[in-house]
Design a protein around this ligand. Structure first.
Ligand code: G3H
Length: 263
């Protein structure tokens, strides 16, 4: 079963809507120059909420081969939830994807597995594809319980979600100790946990769902290390932070399939 690789650039709290135009245009030009083939890898940008309308207009207007998504959403439909953004608002902005449960939201906003599950259910009910983030911190990694820890997060996030929905979503494994630190997990580390996540999905939902769900690795991914990471059988893409703010670097990550060892 072949899964379409997916590279998603999570800009985090960087770039205003004017700066967003520059980055998306430069990314698109670079990809066009290098004959990017969207059938070989899906390319997604995930800007801050305030940039989404601008990015949507640019992608639609110029028919760019990019998709866009948001960094979070509310589990509620609408109402008195100051500062929150609903799934319907994201759908109206043509978002395809929404990141849910990023480790920075788990840490700074105390998001629990239950809340992440509620957000994933809400996203799916509105036709958005969740990118559900899981992964262990340094303490858990040192104790050697990173696989159990991460699989438990996956099970919590997927509770009550149908196999059909799980087959279409994305799970991002991001070891927290490798995020923004320059400390990249080895390709073998990434494969160990991504393989365990797929095995857990297989136990819960069966072969067809496990063979379709896409699993990303995230944590200090760059053009220089993406090839070795993507060569692992259970890694279907990357959730990229810092390197996605550099258009040439992110374009090279998206075009990992042209790297000599993989071509
Ligand atoms: O969402 C992206 C991840 O947190 C990875 O960030 P990074 O590539 O800057 O390490």
């Amino acid at each position: 079963m072949s899964r379409l690789p997916i590279m998603a650039g999570n800009w985090k709290m960087n770039l205003n809507h004017v700066e967003a135009v520059g980055l998306v245009q430069k990314l698109a030009w670079t990809l066009a120059d290098q004959h990017y083939d969207p059938t070989k890898c899906e390319a997604v940008v995930i800007p801050p909420f305030t940039d989404l309308r601008t990015v949507q207009t640019l992608i639609d207007g110029d028919k760019l081969p990019l998709k866009h998504g948001a960094q979070d959403l509310s589990q509620n439909d609408n109402g008195a939830f100051t500062g929150d953004i609903s799934a319907d608002m994201l759908v109206k902005l043509d978002c395809s994807y929404v990141v849910i449960g990023h480790s920075e939201r788990r840490e700074y906003h105390h998001e629990s597995d239950e809340l992440i599950n509620a957000k994933a259910v809400k996203a799916l009910s509105k036709g958005l594809v969740p990118i559900i983030c899981v992964g262990e911190g340094l303490e858990v990694r040192r104790q050697g319980t990173h696989v159990e820890h991460t699989v438990a997060q996956v099970k919590g996030a997927l509770a009550g979600i149908s196999g059909e929905d799980v087959a279409g979503l994305v799970i991002a494994y991001e070891p927290i100790w490798a995020i923004g630190t320059g400390e990249v997990a080895t390709p073998e580390d990434a494969q160990e946990v991504c393989g365990a996540i797929r095995a857990a999905v297989r136990d819960l939902y069966g072969d067809s769902v496990a063979d379709q769900v896409r699993i990303q690795y995230g944590g200090s991914v760059k053009a220089a290390n993406v090839g070795a990471i993507m060569a692992k059988p259970d890694v279907d893409g990357c959730l990229v932070g810092g390197a996605s703010l550099k258009p040439e670097e992110f374009a090279a990550i998206i075009r990992f399939y042209d790297l000599p060892a993989l071509a």
